[in-house]
Structures are given as structure tokens and as C-alpha cells.
Design a protein around this ligand. Structure first.
Ligand code: ADP
Length: 404
């Protein structure tokens, strides 16, 4: 089944076209990115497998045009990979926020769209863009079934003690204020893949997954189900991130708002876009730059790196306690996959759990790699995340069920 996977951001569209032959058997036909939608230098970078990449700079005023540009690239005689739009059998969309409406992927219909609309309140930058993507596809490919996969769905198995805030209960019933988590598709993929790579029975396992990128979250997965995760009502909660502050005493918020005469929107912007690595270092939100700064003696960059390690080991310790043990620790995403120094610094703090890593394997790890030693009590693995594959699998399964 040929599945187009789409991830619409507020000014971007990421896509992958996969020929799904089985759950783990597929060909990546093409992938690409539309950027700067609505800006003068809007453009497409299209990477067809086995052909030269293709770049197009052209006016892309909105998502509707963006989707059209992507579809045209896919069927173009020179850099395309399909004969016609008819070859696309299904479309799967990544949706950031499904709140407690969705505990799994689902076929798009009017009811699903109206629930994604309600969730716009909790993800004002992302969900409206996802809806634009769904509508744009309906416009051009009205007969192609569309499936939505939610970043929050995997976390819906959390129990109330993990997802409730100890605020007056009425705010939960009136406004749905609770913890939803994020990066669920990634945590789901790397926990299942990690169990397979390590020969563990997923249904009978305790796994902690560390998704560390620009946004970072850590999840406790017991018997294949999420029991707790570090992000909350929004992706702001949890550990320090590129530009997000992570956990702070909530009283800091009204205190600073009064002192600096800030509106709620300004405060939200500071906590989400001007804090984290960027706010603390005053220089960069990028981990590679942070490592260079720290190596050059920058004291604040050194604090950032130490705080990343501290926040990570605190979460791992909490989740090991919560599950009363841990069999496997997984690292993934931009930082988790590419920074062996950080992985080592974190693991060196976990010897009390019986974690022992092979420094050389860690240093050279690429792809799915177990880098704990054979006598380590906890297996430790690097598993590159693949959210698009989960979306394509779910899309294939749901559309096939529809056909039967
Ligand atoms: P997003 O959350 O936007 O998907 P990514 O998962 O791409 O982010 O992660 C981005 C982070 O990963 C950045 O801080 C970047 O510096 C870091 N990163 C990417 N590649 C490397 C690398 N080779 N070495 C160290 N850090 C890296």
C-alpha cells in the first residue's frame, strides 16, 4: 500500500512516501520538506529515493498550495516517483494533540475533525496547521482515505494518579486540564523496537525511553503501555529543552508577570521560546553549539549540559522507582541519537541500578545498537526514532480494515 505521511507545522510540511509491504517491510519512495509557507522565500526540498534531490523556490502562500506543490513533485516526470495521484492509496497525518478523545489512530471523518478542532486550544501552533493539511488533501485527493495518528495517544494508558494535577478537580472537568504528554508515537516506536532488538518480551517488560531533541521527554513503559511521561498539559513540562524551561515552581510565573508587567501570552512565549538551553546559556538552543561553548570554557554552557544530565537521571530514577525496576533504557532523537558524551554522562550516574555501558560501542553507535555490557543488569540501547513508520503502519492497518 502506498502511503503518504504528512506532518504539517505552522509554516512547514514534512512528508514521506512509503510503499508499505508489511509492518517492518517497506520502501521509502521519497521524502521532503516545504518550508517558510507564507514568506517570500517559501520553498520545497524533495528527495526522491535513488534520484538527485530537487529544490524549488516558489510562492507558497498557504498549506493548500504547499500540499499541491508536494503532490506535483511526487508525480513529476523527472524527479517524481509516481505515475499519477491515483497511486496514493492512503494519507496518514501526524497530530500533536488529541487530548483524551483519542487513544489510538483513527480514520478521518467530521466527528474526528471537530475533536481535533477542540484540541486546538491545547496546541494552538500545531493543531490548526494539521487541520489545514487534512482539508488540503481532501481538496486534491477527495477519494483517498486519511488517517490521523496522535502524539498524545500512547500516553492515554496513564492512570489518574499520573495524569491528574493536584488542582481543584473542577478545572479538569470544566477545561480538561490534566497531563497528556507528547512524543507518544516516538516513545511507542522506540520502546517496541528496543524490546525486539534486545530480545525482551514487550508485554512483560519495564522500559524507560529518553526522547531527547529540541523537545525532550522521558517515558516509563511497563508491559508495552505508558505509565508515566515527563511532558504534561503541554510539551512545556518536564526536563530542560532547547527553548522550553521544563519544570519550574509555578509561583515563579505570576511573580515574574507582576515584576515585568507581562501579559499571559508574553509569559507563555518566554517559557516556551526563550528559556531552556537558550535562556540559561544566553547564547544558543542547539546542543552541538552548547557542547562547543562548554569545551571553550563557557561556564553557563557547562551548567546547561550538567542540567540536561541531572534532569534526565532524575526522571530515570523516578520511573525506575515507579515501575519498581527497569529492564531497558532507550535513547533516541537528535541529541539522544548523536551525543555519546551525554549518553555516557547519564549512564555513569545509573550504576546504582546496575547499568554498565561499553564506552567504545557507545562512542561509535549508529542505528539500532545495544551499548550496555553483557553483564549490565539493565540493557541500554540507541534506537533511532521513526514516527513516520508508525503513522504509515497505522494508516495501512486502518485502511485495510476499512476495505474488508
Ligand atoms: P526536534 O525536536 O526539532 O525534532 P531533533 O530531534 O532534530 O529536534 O534534535 C535537535 C537537537 O539535536 C539539537 O539540539 C541538535 O544540536 C542535536 N543534534 C543533532 N545532531 C547532533 C549531533 N551530530 N551531535 C550532537 N547533537 C546533535
Amino acid at each position: 500500500m502506498i502511503v503518504l505521511v504528512i506532518n504539517c507545522g505552522s509554516s512547514s510540511i514534512k512528508y514521506q512516501l512509503l510503499d508499505m509491504k508489511g509492518d517492518d517491510v517497506y520502501d521509502l519512495l521519497a521524502k521532503g520538506l516545504v518550508e517558510k509557507i507564507g514568506l517570500p522565500d517559501s520553498n520545497l526540498v524533495h528527495k526522491p529515493s535513488g534520484k538527485e534531490p530537487y529544490k524549488l523556490v516558489c510562492p507558497i502562500p498557504d498549506h493548500k498550495v504547499g500540499i499541491k506543490v508536494v503532490l506535483d513533485a511526487l508525480v513529476d516526470p523527472s524527479h517524481g516517483v509516481l505515475k499519477s495521484f491515483d497511486d496514493i492509496e492512503a494519507v496518514g497525518h501526524r497530530i500533536v494533540q488529541g487530548a483524551d478523545f483519542f487513544s489510538g489512530s483513527t480514520l478521518v471523518d467530521e466527528d474526528v475533525i471537530s475533536k481535533i478542532e477542540i484540541c486546538c486550544d491545547f496546541a494552538p501552533l500545531h493543531n490548526p496547521a494539521h487541520l489545514l493539511g487534512i482539508r488540503a488533501i481532501s481538496n486534491v485527493l477527495p477519494d483517498v482515505p486519511q488517517v490521523v495518528t496522535f502524539d498524545t495517544a500512547f500516553h492515554q494508558t496513564m492512570q489518574p494518579q499520573a495524569y491528574m494535577y493536584a488542582l481543584p478537580y473542577e478545572y479538569y472537568t470544566k477545561y480538561r486540564v490534566r497531563r497528556y504528554g507528547a512524543h507518544g508515537t516516538s516513545h511507542q516506536y522506540v520502546s517496541a523496537r528496543g524490546a525486539k532488538v534486545c530480545g525482551l518480551d514487550l508485554e512483560n517488560s519495564k522500559i524507560i525511553t529518553c526522547h531527547m531533541g529540541n523537545g525532550s521527554s522521558i517515558t516509563a513503559v511497563q508491559n508495552g503501555k505508558c505509565v508515566d511521561t515527563s511532558m504534561g498539559f503541554t510539551p512545556l513540562e518536564g526536563m530542560i529543552m532547547g527553548t522550553r524551561c521544563g519544570n519550574i515552581d509555578a509561583n515563579v510565573v505570576p511573580y515574574l508577570m507582576k515584576k515585568e508587567n507581562l501579559t499571559p501570552d508574553q509569559m507563555t512565549d518566554i517559557m516556551n521560546k526563550k528559556s531552556g538551553f537558550l535562556g540559561l546559556s544566553g547564547k544558543t538552543s542547539d546542543m552541538r553549539d552548547m557542547c562547543d561553548l562548554a569545551a571553550g570554557g563557557d561556564e553557563r554552557a557547562k551548567i546547561v549540559l550538567k542540567k540536561v544530565v541531572l534532569d534526565t537521571v532524575k526522571n530515570i530514577g523516578a520511573y525506575a522507582a515507579e515501575m519498581n525496576g527497569v529492564d531497558l533504557l532507550v535513547f533516541t532523537a537528535g541529541i539522544g541519537e548523536n551525543n555519546p558524551w551525554l549518553r555516557k554522562a547519564i549512564c555513569d550516574n545509573l550504576t546504582y541500578l546496575g547499568v554498565k555501558i561499553d564506552d567504545e560501542v557507545n562512542e561509535n553507535a549508529h542505528g539500532d545498537v545495544i551499548f550496555s555490557t553483557p553483564d549490565s543488569k539493565v540493557k541500554v540501547a540507541l534506537i533511532p526514532t521513526n514516527e513516520e513508520l508508525v503513522i504509515a503502519r497505522d494508516t495501512m492497518r486502518i485502511v485495510s480494515e476499512m476495505d474488508n
